[in-house]
Ligand binder design. Structure first.
Ligand code: CA
Length: 715
């Protein structure tokens, strides 16, 4: 109490950097007394991402302008939710770097670089991103890509303690924001695509000592179970291959906390390997994959779980954002947990018991017809079985919704979802051999179902089959209320305010404000880069600000080049307020095409290189060499780099930039084949660019027409 009184006085008398109040249970319990702060990841432990601020509202949002911006010096993905505590913004960037800025002026107060070894980037499925810090006491906490949890002094950025949360022999990564509950810093990790065993850990915020660890899948079958929950989970697995690969179930993003029930909710990811028939050949639900699990935050004790996708085989994680709210269900106010996981169903669950209250499709989903309310289980369709034939299934592994946070408005009763429509071809790998280290282990094929047909056609088909929209969803009636289509599939997280506004950034490089009731677009501003992060809002000196990280990258942008997105631009933290007039520098021009070195090798080498590239390179450098500027476009490699191509690919001479060597899975002939493929594609691109402009325009128009027809039949 004294702290908050001091904080209130400090607003009047102190300079920003001179004094700040600790974040503790009492301060979080009284969040409504400081509507201008953003103290925890989802604005509150219920993670609603609803701000009570209404200074910026539907009447005046048209006056919103850029107040200042900060450039952390990257062109890769920025996914962080900044915190705003006592006049200071704390945010994170690529390679787990932390930044503290004066929230009024943008003045940089300190930075912290955990010096992540860049070769660890090979183990990060979805870019070297970070989703933000947690604050507790006088410290902030960051998880690093290489698996460390670090406590920093909030005033100075000096490290206070550091602990390794992972086995460094396995390809774990941390991209998620920690949460702090009752003095425990809770952190999970990622790595299920590669092969790890998922878990969430709690560390004493003061000392960094491990308080507890909860594993999400069973461990070594030759050793005793860690607890009763693992004994229960083990009965839903078969064989022993899952143990070699790891089983998966990583807790890589979402958590929420209900202080009244004293329950911590964790969202659990997909299996490792993906293919359930390889992972657990005798069948079974494979608990706690793709589940929401409720734990006691003080001890890590299991309380209940709800599994969204039993025996998942599609990367249908349940790591997506969870929102706690009290809403009408069947005419009665219920304490619910809401989630729109990748699998396409919107779930409303009783958060005290885990009982499923309702589940309906919020995007097109073909793997299941519906969720049976009696059993709480999805009813799979024929489309779910890709053992003997290739199946085109919706959603794709990108999901109907990925990590991008939703928001819940207590005014409208609606949940605002960054939704996606997409599909993929799923098939079973004929033979599976586990590759340890920085390699994916899926045991199945999954493609974006584009036949090899040239870049223009691929782009034309993908832009029609992979789409994104902002979806306003009524969780009580489980019905869509409105939607706003976006120009690309991958867009930003969402903020809703008491000013009746929904804020969302987009892949096309804008921040938008919509009427929360209508979906009417009321305001927009250029963001310089495609936006994937969620905005926040805060108030200082009676003035409301809106802040968002703008930086194109992450899972889908690494995988393929989405048409109509603002890519290859400097990432920034953008801060807006009413009547501000700052402007962004003009966008960087698209890099000029350089004439590549001549083609090399035989047609057989090019073909071999194409499939090796697809297996080992395309996930970061872009499928079919269609690169979206998050990492280098290999078609633009210089003569000098082509001269040392083997050394780059095999020996890792550029691992200091994030390009690790692949000598554990590739040999010199493989490297030469990949180089022949890269040079072939680079020369195709160059020769195409030399054709007359009118001819290219006419051809593009015609191919787009063909793509429209193809998309119609493929979709
Ligand atoms: Ca995954």
């Amino acid at each position: 109490m004294t702290d908050r009184l001091l904080a209130a006085l400090c607003v009047l008398f102190c300079s920003v950097a001179a004094w700040s109040a600790p974040v503790d249970e009492a301060r979080l319990a009284a969040l409504d007394q400081e509507p201008g702060s953003w103290l925890v990841h989802g604005r509150n432990p219920a993670e609603t991402r609803e701000s009570p601020l209404a200074g910026i509202n539907t009447e005046n949002v048209n006056r919103l302008g850029l107040a200042w911006y900060f450039e952390p010096g990257t062109k890769r993905g920025l996914e962080a939710t900044p915190l705003m505590i006592d006049g200071v913004l704390y945010t994170t960037g690529t390679w787990s770097r932390v930044y503290a800025l004066n929230a009024r002026t943008g003045e940089l107060l300190w930075t912290f670089d955990p010096q992540v070894p860049r070769a660890w980037g090979q183990k990060a499925c979805c870019d070297v991103v970070n989703r933000g810090v947690a604050a507790w006491g006088d410290r902030v906490y960051v998880g690093t890509i290489d698996g460390r949890l670090i406590a920093l002094n909030r005033e100075t950025g000096e490290p206070v303690w550091e602990t390794l949360t992972i086995d460094p022999e396995r390809p774990y990564t941390i991209t998620g924001a920690p949460r702090v509950v009752k003095g425990n810093v809770i952190i999970g990790n990622g790595g299920s695509e590669y092969g790890v065993r998922g878990y969430v850990s709690a560390y004493d915020a003061g000392t960094g000592a491990l308080s507890w660890r909860f594993y999400t899948v069973p461990g070594n079958p030759d050793e005793p179970f860690e607890n009763d929950a693992m004994a229960m989970a083990a009965r839903t697995w078969s064989g022993d291959l899952w143990w070699e690969v790891g089983g998966g179930g990583t807790v890589w993003d979402s958590m929420a906390y209900d202080p009244a029930l004293d329950l911590l909710y964790i969202g659990v990811g997909n299996g490792a390997p993906w293919n359930r028939h390889v992972r657990s050949p005798g069948g079974g639900d494979n608990l706690f994959l793709s589940s929401i699990v409720a734990l006691r935050p003080g001890t890590g004790e299991y309380v209940w779980h709800y599994q969204t996708t039993p025996g998942d085989s599609w990367d249908y994680t349940a790591t997506q954002h969870m929102i706690l709210a009290d809403i009408l269900v069947g005419g009665v106010i219920r304490r619910v947990l809401m989630q729109a996981p990748k699998n396409g169903f919107f779930y409303v669950i009783d958060r005290a018991t885990g009982e499923l209250l309702s589940a309906e499709k919020y995007v097109e989903a073909t793997w299941a017809s519906h969720v049976d309310l009696e059993s709480g289980r999805p009813v799979e369709t024929d489309n779910a079985d890709h053992r003997t034939e290739v199946k085109v299934t919706r959603p794709a592994p990108f999901g109907g919704h990925s990590w991008h946070p939703m928001a819940f408005s207590s005014q409208t009763g609606l949940v605002y979802i960054p939704a996606m429509e997409n599909q993929a071809e799923y098939s079973t790998a004929t033979a599976f051999k586990y590759l340890p280290g920085g390699h994916w282990n899926l045991a199945q094929g999954q493609t974006l179902m584009v036949p090899p047909m040239g870049e223009a056609l691929i782009r034309g088909v993908l832009k029609r089959l992979m789409t994104g929209h902002l979806l306003a969803w009524d969780p009580s009636s489980q019905k869509e209320v409105w939607r706003v289509p976006h120009s690309s599939m991958w867009n930003g997280g969402v903020l809703v305010t008491a000013g009746g506004l929904v804020f969302q950034g987009s892949g096309d490089g804008h921040l938008y404000a919509y009427g929360a009731r209508t979906g009417e677009r009321l305001w927009q501003a250029p963001a310089g880069s495609g936006v994937v992060a969620p905005p926040i809002t805060y108030e200082l000196d009676g003035e409301q600000y809106v802040a968002v990280m703008a930086g194109w990258g992450g899972a889908a942008p690494l995988t393929f080049d989405m048409p109509g997105t603002a890519q290859g631009q400097p990432g920034r933290l953008l801060v807006f307020k009413l009547d501000a007039t700052e402007t962004l520098p003009p966008p960087l021009p698209a890099p000029a095409l350089n004439q590549p070195p001549p083609r090399q090798g035989t047609e057989e080498m090019v073909q071999a290189g194409e499939s090796l590239y697809a297996e080992h390179c395309g996930r970061c450098h872009g499928g079919a060499l269609m690169n979206s500027a998050v990492v280098p476009d290999l078609r633009q490699l210089s003569v000098e780099k082509h001269a040392v191509f083997r050394n780059i690919v095999l020996d890792g001479i550029f691992q200091g930039t994030g390009m690790a060597g692949f000598a554990d899975v590739l040999n010199a002939d493989d490297a030469d084949a990949i180089q022949a493929y890269v040079l072939s594609a680079a020369n195709d691109q160059w020769e195409e660019a030399q054709l007359p402009g009118w001819w290219r325009a006419a051809k593009a128009w015609f191919l787009d027409l063909v793509a429209a027809v193809m998309a119609f039949f493929l979709g």
